[in-house]
Design a protein around this ligand. Structure first.
Ligand code: PEP
Length: 256
């Protein structure tokens, strides 16, 4: 069911073994909403422990190197993520693009390595406030989609199998409490879908486009029911089951 809604928690650089109880509670909620694909991306250090603690939800990384192994101190490869129990990876998050200078070209190389290793990928794109105010949101994000999404021979099966997703995350909405207006989200998702179809052809309909940026219990239903929104990438509100469950429930059209 590649097109069921996809709700993914990004724990960023938060989380310790003390939070395993939260992961278990989120997993129980995932079991109650089989029509929603739920996943969590904890820090690398917790992937193995969470994998062993859960059964209904996906577990993923927040980055990987584009090479399989070698002299890259501090980095983790896609196959290492698989080995630790991950089934997907978030790539090109704006915090990585900003803090680590990641270019579209690098994000694409990582995405291709991740797909080759058997991981699902969530490629993040999004404009800054300056770019939006200058009227450039659509062209900036279209360029990121063209430059960052995986391409090449092996990608068709991953796309057809729903293992390639895009997260539209306006940079100014991440962690700020300032959420994008629904009509703007709809317009951006339509522009992103057009670029995806240009890249992958009709198979590109299988690519889910998630919205990310200050999603919470109060705004999730409006965002997740908007045209072209196939799920959510959630940061702060994924850190506790109490905050995350209503978002999963909204994706499943139900009560928490
Ligand atoms: C994110 O980390 O991708 C994100 C969208 O964060 P937040 O939900 O906290 O804005």
């Amino acid at each position: 069911m590649p097109n069921r809604p996809y709700v993914v928690g990004n724990w960023k650089m938060n989380g310790s073994r003390a939070m395993l109880a939260e992961a278990r509670a989120i997993d129980r909620a995932a079991g109650r909403y089989p029509d929603v694909q739920v996943a969590l991306a904890p820090p690398f250090t917790m992937i193995g422990a969470i994998r062993e603690a859960v059964s209904a939800m996906g577990v993923g990384g927040q980055d990987c190197h584009f090479q399989a192994k070698g002299a890259h101190t501090g980095d983790v490869s896609a196959s290492m993520l698989v080995d630790s129990g991950a089934d997907f990876v978030i790539l090109g998050h704006s915090e990585r693009r900003k803090d680590h200078g990641e270019s579209d070209q690098l994000v694409r190389a990582k995405a291709e390595a991740a797909v080759a290793a058997g991981l699902g990928v969530i490629v993040c794109v999004g404009e800054t406030l300056e770019e939006r105010d200058a009227g450039g949101a659509e062209s900036v994000v279209s360029g990121q989609v063209d430059g960052s999404l995986p391409q090449g021979e092996n990608i068709g099966d991953a796309v057809a199998g729903g293992r390639v997703s895009v997260a539209y995350e306006p940079v100014w909405a991440i962690g700020t409490g300032r959420v994008a207006d629904v009509p703007d989200v709809v317009a951006m998702h339509a522009a992103i879908r057009a670029r995806i179809i240009a890249l992958y052809g009709e198979n590109g309909q299988k690519v889910r486009i998630l919205y990310g940026g200050s999603v919470n219990a109060g705004n999730a239903a409006d965002l997740l029911s908007a045209a072209g929104v196939d799920g959510a990438l959630v940061g702060g509100a994924s850190l506790t089951a109490d905050a995350f469950l209503p978002i999963i429930a909204a994706a499943g059209n139900g009560e928490a």
